[in-house]
Design a protein around this ligand. Structure first.
Ligand code: ACO
Length: 433
C-alpha cells in the first residue's frame, strides 16, 4: 500500500501521509494541509475525523468489536472487576496483585469529601436533576484541592488527583441522590469494596442499613465495565477538548458529565425507560412508536437505538440483554418492562427502516432495566453511566496531557455568514420580516 495519498487542489498535487493503526484502520494525516495549501477539511459532527491517536480502546463498529487496551469486553465482564478495569484503562496494563492492592488502598483513603461541601447539596432545590449537581460538585472539588491544579502535573500529582476523583465521585453521586429524596447523607464504610460502598451510601438510612448483595455488586461491575470507555465519543472528546486548554482534571471531567447528560448520548438511558413506560401505558402499541420513529416530521426517535459507530449489534447491548435475564432471575424479579423492551426490539429489527439504516439496540437500551432492578431511580441512570465512564475520561485526559507536543484543540470552520458590511444606526435598521 502507498504511504501517501494524493490530493489535487487547483492543479497542484498535495501528498498526504497515510497513517495505519494497530488493527489496520487507515487515515489520511492532514496536519499540514492548511499550512501548505490554505485548505481545511469540512466534517460536521466529526463522523470522518480522527482527532488523535489513542492506545486505550479499539472499536470495530461493523464487526461489533470493543476492546480495552486489547482485551475483549466480554472477557473483561466475565473475569475482571470494575476497579481492575479502572487501573487497566488509566495505567495501560492489568495490575499485579501488589499494584492492585496499593491502588484500591489509595482510592479507599479518599472516600470523604470536605464537610463544607454538604451545604452545597442542601442549597439545591429537591427536584434538581442529579446530573446538574454531579457536574457542579466535581468541578467544585478543584476549590478544595488547589494543590492539584497544576497545568503540567507531576506523575505523583496526577495520581493523587485521579485517585481522589475516582473515590469522591461516588460520594458526590450518592449525596445528590440523598438530597433528592430528603434523606441524611451516609458516609462510606472502610470494609466495603468500591461498588458496595456506593450502594451503602445510596441506600443506608439511620433506620435501615444497606445489606451488600453479591448479585447486585456483580451486576454493577458488569454495567460499569461496559460503560468504562468508548474511545472518542461526545463526552470523552469534550474532556479532551477542555483538558487541552490545560484546565484541571476536575473541570475537564465536569464538562464531560454535562456532555454525557444529553439525550442523544448518556441521557438516553433515562429516556429509554420513560419511553418503555409510555408504551406500556399505551397498551403496548409498538406500531405507533415505530411509525413515530420513522416519521421525519416527528422529532421522536426510538431511544436506545442507533449508534454513530456500530452498524451492527452493539456488543455491550448483547451482553446486557442476556445479563438482564440472569440478574432479574437471581433477584426473583419479573419486570414487564423487560418483556416490552424485547418485543419492541423484535418489531424494530424486522422493519425495513431499521434494517436499511442498520439501527440496532445500543448500550442504553437494556441498562436501565438492570438499574431499576437495583432500585436506582430513573433520574439517576445517567449518573450511573457517568460513574462507569469516569476511568475512560481520566485515561483519555492522562493520555493527552502526557503526549509530547500536545496542542490545544481548536477546530477551524468554513465561514458562510455575511460578507463585510458597515454598521447600521438603530433608526435605519429594517424591521424584521
Ligand atoms: N430512531 C429512528 N431513526 C433513527 C434513530 C432512532 N433511534 N437513530 C438514527 N435514526 C435514523 C436517522 O434519522 C437517519 O435517518 P435518514 O438516513 O433517513 O436521515 C439514519 O437513521 C442515520 O442516523 P444518524 O442520525 O445519521 O446517526 P448519527 O450517527 O448521527 O446519530 C445517534 C447516532 C445520536 C445515537 C442516533 O442513532 C440517535 O439519536 N439514537 C437515539 C438516542 C440514543 O439512543 N442515544 C444513545 C447512543 S449510545 C451512547 O451515546 C451511550
Amino acid at each position: 500500500m502507498a504511504d501517501t495519498a494524493k490530493l489535487e487542489l487547483e492543479g497542484t498535487i498535495v501528498e498526504l501521509p497515510i497513517v495505519v493503526g494497530t488493527e489496520n484502520e487507515k487515515g489520511v494525516d492532514i496536519t499540514h494541509l492548511y499550512g501548505t495549501t490554505g485548505y481545511v477539511t469540512l466534517d460536521p459532527g466529526y463522523a470522518n475525523t480522527g482527532a488523535c491517536k489513542s492506545a486505550i480502546t479499539f472499536i470495530d463498529g461493523d464487526q461489533g468489536i470493543l476492546r480495552y487496551r486489547g482485551y475483549d469486553i466480554a472477557e473483561l465482564c466475565e473475569k475482571s472487576t470494575f476497579m481492575e478495569v479502572c487501573y487497566l484503562l488509566i495505567y495501560g496494563e492489568l495490575p499485579t496483585p501488589d499494584q492492585f492492592s496499593a491502588f484500591k488502598e489509595r482510592v479507599l483513603r479518599h472516600s470523604l469529601i470536605h464537610e463544607d461541601m454538604k451545604s452545597f447539596f442542601t442549597s439545591y432545590p429537591g427536584h434538581a436533576h442529579p446530573m446538574a449537581i454531579l457536574s457542579a460538585m466535581v468541578c467544585s472539588l478543584s476549590v478544595y484541592h488547589p494543590e492539584l491544579l497544576a497545568p503540567n502535573p507531576t506523575p505523583r500529582e496526577m495520581d493523587q488527583t485521579i485517585t481522589r476523583l475516582l473515590s469522591k465521585v461516588r460520594v458526590l453521586a450518592a449525596f445528590a441522590y440523598k438530597r433528592s429524596v430528603g434523606e441524611a447523607f451516609v458516609y462510606s464504610r472502610p470494609e466495603l469494596d468500591y461498588l458496595s460502598n456506593f450502594m451503602h451510601m445510596m441506600f443506608t438510612t439511620p433506620m435501615n442499613p444497606y445489606e451488600p448483595n453479591e448479585v447486585i455488586r456483580k451486576a454493577l461491575d458488569v454495567l460499569f465495565i461496559l460503560h468504562a470507555d468508548h474511545e472518542q465519543n461526545c463526552s470523552t472528546s469534550t474532556v479532551r477538548m477542555v483538558g487541552s486548554s490545560k484546565a484541571n482534571l476536575f473541570a475537564s471531567i465536569s464538562a464531560g458529565i454535562c456532555a454525557l447528560w444529553g439525550p442523544l448520548h448518556g441521557g438516553a438511558n433515562q429516556m429509554v425507560i420513560e419511553m418503555l413506560e409510555a408504551i406500556a401505558e399505551d397498551d403496548c402499541n409498538y406500531k405507533k412508536y415505530i411509525d413515530k420513529a420513522k416519521d421525519k416530521n416527528d422529532p421522536f426517535k426510538l431511544m436506545g437505538f442507533g449508534h454513530r459507530v456500530y452498524k451492527n449489534y452493539d456488543p455491550r447491548a448483547t451482553i446486557l440483554k442476556k445479563y438482564c435475564d440472569d440478574v432479574l432471575n437471581q433477584l426473583g424479579i419479573h419486570d414487564p418492562i423487560l418483556d416490552i423492551a424485547k418485543e419492541l426490539e423484535e418489531v424494530a429489527l424486522t422493519d425495513s427502516y431499521f434494517i436499511e439504516r442498520k439501527l440496532y439496540p445500543n448500550v442504553d437500551f437494556y441498562s436501565g432495566i438492570l438499574y431499576r432492578a437495583m432500585c436506582i431511580p430513573t433520574n439517576m441512570f445517567t449518573v450511573m453511566f457517568a460513574l462507569g465512564r469516569l476511568p475512560g475520561w481520566i485515561a483519555h485526559w492522562k493520555e493527552m496531557i502526557e503526549e509530547p507536543g500536545m496542542r490545544i484543540a481548536r477546530p477551524r470552520q468554513i465561514y458562510d455568514g455575511s460578507p463585510v458590511r458597515s454598521y447600521v444606526p438603530p433608526n435605519q435598521r429594517p424591521s424584521p420580516a
